[in-house]
Design a protein around this ligand. Structure first.
Ligand SMILES: [Zn+2]
Length: 486
């Protein structure tokens, strides 16, 4: 019988914080600035330059910890990690070693965070991936290698970097995908990072091993470095797990090593073998005092937002929308705010959700606009839903009105008025049309009275025609049924 293997995955995620200035100096943090334009002696690593802590970075990291259920100890401190960095001239990095700012916590994996094709086969619904810690450090400069030379950009050097370390608690590439999706969503909600992987604002290293079923000890850990897309992480892990299992099946021994993922060929390649674990000679950073987090924790607690999961639950409970709809609506905080504003006070919040998801989002997508740029205001949508519910316009007319609202920014009532779309619900006027239809179609009337109930639909159609499509079909149906029964 072939051996069955259990994969074990741990993720280290580096997140660029959205601070105005760098971690230990006042240089601006700016994406896409002219290379080496945001530098000073501190972030260039000049000897003797003194670091000064960025309070905003500390607070954002503590807020991330609060959102992820971490413990924030009263005291944390910074340490020097000694290492030769070609892109860090002072040859040490200021980071946190044994007293990080956040400890423990977890990332919830909700169903919709999984890849679409894997949402029906979730191994552990409601799983929360445990975290080891979150610490704060400075980023290094960015090297670019040209054909015959290399360039280095110090704009990134010294920018605040938050490292989120998970326990080896993930069991599949799909869970890793859900972990990153959920984490990204929470960080963006908290405003601590834009967490855009393509811009390098969220970078991920994956540790992955496999072990034969029944073996308690974890297999040989192999690291895949610097992943830059969530779907890439899923593909790389799937490939790597297969590769390791096949190697073990062939009787090979795996060695602890670092690999890189090549998205084009869909394979991982060995970069280096880890011969021994590095000794970084950590010691407390002598130029910085330990941090007393109690100084800012009250302020940080007051900034904790309602999280995506909490919003989803509230939308289902308060507005009666489906889990799926709640997930779409809560996927982005600006969209959730829009829906909240539109649904608040509405008699039909579920109808509002349908308009937002089916019509507004696709119209915005086609126009290349964000929800913040929506020409249809949140309360205008409720007005449109109200007109349909009251039977003043039909659902079909509603689509036309919505298109006009999106086009011109006009209110629903105004569009209905201008286009003469108002549905005829006046019973007197409709009764006359119904009688007219009954008189003109004796055959259908006879059939209906003989028990062929669907003949009423034919008569209804005739009335709609007579009214030029403006009659309220519900009211017409009621009148016809009453007339034909008498
Ligand atoms: Zn600087």
């Amino acid at each position: 019988m072939p051996t069955r293997y259990i994969p074990t995955i741990g993720l280290e995620v580096h997140v660029q914080l959205k601070t105005r200035s760098k971690m230990f100096c006042s240089c601006a943090v700016e994406y896409g600035a002219e290379p080496n334009s945001n530098t000073c002696p501190v972030c260039l690593g000049y000897p003797g330059a003194m670091p000064v802590m960025n309070r905003q970075a500390l607070e954002m990291t503590a807020l991330s910890g609060l959102m992820l259920g971490c413990r924030v100890p009263d005291i944390c401190k910074f340490d020097r990690k000694n290492y030769f960095y070609p892109d860090m001239p002072k040859n040490y990095q200021i980071t946190q070693f044994d007293e990080p700012i956040c400890v423990g916590g977890g990332v919830p994996l909700h169903d919709f965070a999984y890849p679409k094709d894997a949402q029906k086969t979730i191994a552990q619904p409601g799983k929360v991936v445990q975290l080891v810690r979150i610490h704060l450090e400075e980023d290094v400069a960015k090297s670019t290698h040209f054909e015959a030379s290399s360039g280095i950009d110090f704009n990134r050097a010294g920018t605040p970097l938050m490292e989120i370390v998970s326990e080896p608690d993930l069991c599949s590439p799909e869970e890793a995908f859900a972990y990153l999706t959920s984490l990204q969503q929470i960080l963006v909600y908290g405003g601590v990072s834009d967490a855009d992987m393509e811009k390098g604002q969220l970078r991920c290293d994956c540790n992955v091993s496999v072990r034969p079923e029944g073996q308690a000890e974890l297999g040989t850990k192999i690291e895949i470095k610097n992943m830059n897309s969530i779907s890439g992480v899923r593909r790389a892990l799937a490939y790597e797990i297969e590769r390791q299992m096949a190697a073990l099946d062939r009787g090979e021994t795996l060695v602890q090593s670092t690999r890189r993922w090549d998205d084009a060929s869909g394979q991982t390649f060995q970069m280096r073998v880890k011969e021994s674990s590095h000794d970084y000679r950590y010691f407390p950073e002598p130029d910085l005092l330990p941090v007393d987090t109690r100084v800012f924790m009250d302020a940080v607690r007051s900034r904790r937002p309602e999280l995506p999961g909490e919003k989803r639950d509230r939308f289902v409970k308060d507005f009666g929308v489906t889990e799926y709809d709640a997930n779409v609506l809560a996927s982005e905080s600006a969209l959730a705010d829009y829906f909240d504003a539109a649904a608040k006070g509405s008699k039909k919040p579920k109808a509002i959700a349908n308009w937002v998801i089916n019509d507004l989002l696709s119209a915005l997508g086609a126009a290349g606009k964000t929800i913040g740029e929506s020409p249809v205001a949140a309360d205008a949508l409720d007005e449109l839903v109200g007109l349909i519910e009251a039977g003043q316009i039909s659902g079909k007319q509603g689509k036309e009105v919505f298109a006009a609202m999106f086009e011109t920014g006009a209110r629903a009532g105004q569009v209905v008025e201008e286009r003469g779309l108002k549905q005829e619900s006046d019973t007197g006027a409709l009764e006359a049309l119904c009688l007219q239809a009954i008189e003109a179609n004796p055959k259908a009337v006879a059939e209906y009275r003989a028990g062929k109930m669907q003949s009423i639909n034919f008569l209804k159609g005739q009335v709609m025609k007579l009214s030029q499509g403006k009659a309220n079909p519900g009211v017409v149906g009621e009148i016809l049924a009453a007339k034909l029964a008498s």
